[in-house]
Design a binder for this molecule. Sequence first.
Ligand code: NAP
Length: 283
Amino acid sequence: MNHNPAHQNYAVIGDPIEHSLSPVLHGAALKACDSNATFSKVRVSPQELPLFCQQARDGAYSGFSVTVPHKCAIIPLLDELTEEARIIGAVNAVVVKESKLIGHNTDGRGYLKSLLEEFSLDFSRMNAVLIGAGGAALAIGHALCGTSPASLTLVNRTRENADILAAKLQITHPEAHLPTGSFGDLNRLCEDADFVVNATVLGMSGKNWPDLSFLNALPETAIVSDIVYAPIETPLLTAAAARGLKIHHGDGMLLHQGAIAFELFTGKKAPLEAMRKALAEAL
Ligand code: NAP
């Protein structure tokens, strides 16, 4: 086990783990910072998770990213949780500090940074539509509620899950206006929307949208955002661009959630351009 702070080890854990782009992002960042730290992919099964956490606490790692299926399951194994991670109920980055494991969630902040990097937005005037009600939607919904939008409409295939998401967000944002709907309501709900973001799996290869006609209902000035990043040019964004709408790609969220995690792990400013370049080459 490595207790030498001159040789920091970082990792991403998940099961499966082969697909993870975290080593690309963090490896590029460490290299750009002239660091001799390592960042590895570690396949950790659910049964192995407690042992991995103990090894990290004992000094094997200075920080690690967390992906499927451990984002929620790891919470009881941690010593501390940021308020953001507690509210979201999921952790994607763990900092090891003085033998304590501290869980963070950087997805929502990463998404917002990516959006604001490309667009100058006055959220207080915006009617936003968030499609999806899973883990990513909760992180993004939490981040968007923090900007006090005029309304945030939550739409999901399973309407009940949109209602559950609204109830969760309403606890921390009691002032938020959070209507809900199902896919059948999308055309109507998009008529006065300034912004639509997809946080479902639709658009990933093999997961086809049943209907994209809601894009025709959007005002011409609307922005369409997709957090799916494989492929980068998703069917949603291709159709939105063909309609002349402004579009926002999913790789930006991936980049910025990783950059925030890098800063938490190392205390160094993330070398964003090196990370962006490495990600673009990998995607
Ligand atoms: P999740 O918790 O499993 O949620 C899945 C969501 O997709 C739910 O809203 C679910 O609706 C919906 N869905 C699943 N199959 C569907 C179908 N056939 N038709 C319509 N809706 C369907 O997943 P997640 O972790 O939130 O991730 C969602 C997506 O975000 C994934 O594509 C993931 O790759 C992407 N993501 C991107 C980033 C990034 O950095 N860019 C970060 C995190 C996640 P129901 O409630 O009806 O099942």
